[in-house]
Design a protein around this ligand. Structure first.
Ligand code: HAM
Length: 440
């Protein structure tokens, strides 16, 4: 309507990325991508929405309650915005059938959508680094994925003082739940409840545990299950005692310990049976990365899901992997002053081209084109002044490395190059300019 205006806000739980925010996001994504590529993983992508059933069939109640689902106007088929990548990945692997090389190492950095209540560390739209190995049942594969997660965090400046991998195993958790009296058909619901334990009121927890058929004593024990984390260097006999489970149940964890040790990662790792994971498809080792104080929500979570590819109609292929979100990670990095000001992460121009005479004005655009064709980042000013001080201020504002000044000497085929970091200045022949600026 003419004359009327309305201020629109972004939907709750979403973010606008202005250039400086985008620079921070790219900084994180670059660490993710480099860590994955250097460990031999190949990048993939999938659709942002899938058939609703892909999630309702296997992901479990936690995620299903957070779906953004929809139908096409006039259509019957139900879709959902993807809340996580693992079902898509398993569907893609299943579609390859026997043609899929094993093991396959894939990574992706997709957008995800969850209809959660937005809060610190939780949004409705976020990016998540996914790293998965398909077709390898050995604990070495689990250790490889943990290694990628830690390599990405190390690239961002985080050390064993800042982050901890807390590792558990579904077989151990399930055995403990069985021992408490949880029936097999209620194990998934009990896992979901245990996963939410720290986020719901004790009374609500007790009520839900009672609904699962637990007596008051078992409810108390469930509320306390896990206790203190134990260093991952702990020998298996001690672990079996701490958790009161037979040593055989721990075979995979013992091997995982060896694999983590071989990769020099034990100092980052703890055994922690309170880690259950909210997703229903996990079958083996499960783990989360938390910042050491435990104040924030998990930075990453993952584990082994050996039946998912087959359950989507593919061959029987074991798999494991993790997802690492950008939201908690950015909070942790900012808390530790490990993110520069977004402006300092913006790309720096190699050359800021300035004309000091009327005759040279028409040479600016061809000069920019020439430098850009040589792969250099070249810009000019929007100001019309000939005041060099003001123009250099403009160049410094965007953190240009050099000012390329077209002055009187341009008529003789030279320009003045000022290094804006060292303030050194020299006359350079136009034919040598690209070399001087590091292009080629
Ligand atoms: P998840 O634990 O649901 O696992 O999510 C993994 C990570 O994604 C979390 O630790 C958190 O950093 C981030 N995340 C989850 N929900 C939100 C949210 N609402 N806002 C911001 N960040 C969030 C999975 O998604 C599994 N599919 C991971 C996986 C891959 N397992 C095997 N392969």
């Amino acid at each position: 309507m003419a004359g009327s205006s309305h201020v629109y806000q972004a939907p709750r739980g979403t973010r606008d990325f202005l250039p400086e925010d985008m620079a921070v996001r790219l900084h994180i994504e670059q660490a993710w991508r480099t860590a994955a590529v250097t460990h031999g993983f190949l990048e993939i992508e999938g659709p942002t929405f899938e058939h609703l059933e892909l999630y309702t069939s296997k992901s479990g109640p936690g995620i299903v309650s957070e779906l953004f689902s929809f139908k096409r106007s006039g259509g019957e088929t139900e879709f959902a915005l993807r809340p996580e990548f693992t079902p898509t990945l398993a569907r893609m692997a299943a579609a390859q059938g026997r043609g899929l090389p094993v093991p396959t190492r894939w990574f992706s950095m997709p957008w995800h959508y969850r209809a959660e209540r937005p809060q610190r560390g939780r949004l409705r739209e976020f990016r998540q680094f996914n790293v998965d190995v398909i077709g390898d049942a050995s604990p070495a594969a689990d250790a490889e994925t943990i290694a990628v997660a830690l390599a990405a965090l190390a690239r961002l400046g985080l050390t064993a003082d800042d982050v901890q991998v807390r590792i558990s195993h579904r077989a151990v958790v399930n055995r403990m739940l069985n021992d408490l009296g949880v029936a097999d058909d209620r194990i998934t619901a009990a896992q979901d409840l245990l996963d939410k334990r720290d986020r719901i009121e004790p009374d609500a927890f007790a009520a839900k545990a009672t609904e699962l058929g637990l007596d008051p004593d078992a409810v108390t024990r469930l509320a306390a299950m896990g206790g203190e984390a134990v260093p991952a260097s702990t020998d298996p006999a001690t672990l079996s005692e701490v958790w009161s489970v037979p040593a055989e149940t721990l075979t995979e964890l013992v091997e995982l310990r060896e694999e983590l040790e071989a990769r020099g990662l034990l100092e980052f790792c703890r055994w922690d049976i309170s880690i259950v994971r909210g997703l229903a498809y996990y079958t083996g080792a499960v783990w989360e990365i938390h910042e050491t104080s435990g104040n924030e929500r998990a930075i990453a979570g993952g584990g082994r899901y050996d039946n998912l590819v087959e359950s989507f109609g593919g061959p029987s292929l074991p798999a494991c992997g993790f997802g690492m979100g950008d939201v908690v990670l950015e909070l942790v990095l900012r808390d530790r002053s490990l993110i520069e000001q977004g402006a300092d992460l913006l790309p720096r121009p190699d050359a800021f081209v300035l004309s000091m005479t009327d005759e040279n004005d028409s040479a600016v655009v061809p000069m920019l084109s020439r430098l850009r064709a040589a792969g250099l980042h070249a810009r000019t000013t929007g100001k019309s002044t000939r005041n060099l001080g003001k123009l250099l201020k403009d160049a410094n504002k965007c953190r240009a490395r050099h000012a390329v000044i077209l002055g009187e000497e341009f008529a003789d085929g030279s320009v003045t190059v000022k290094d804006l970091d060292s303030a050194e200045q020299s006359t350079v022949a136009v034919d040598e300019l690209v070399d001087r600026l590091g292009g080629g």
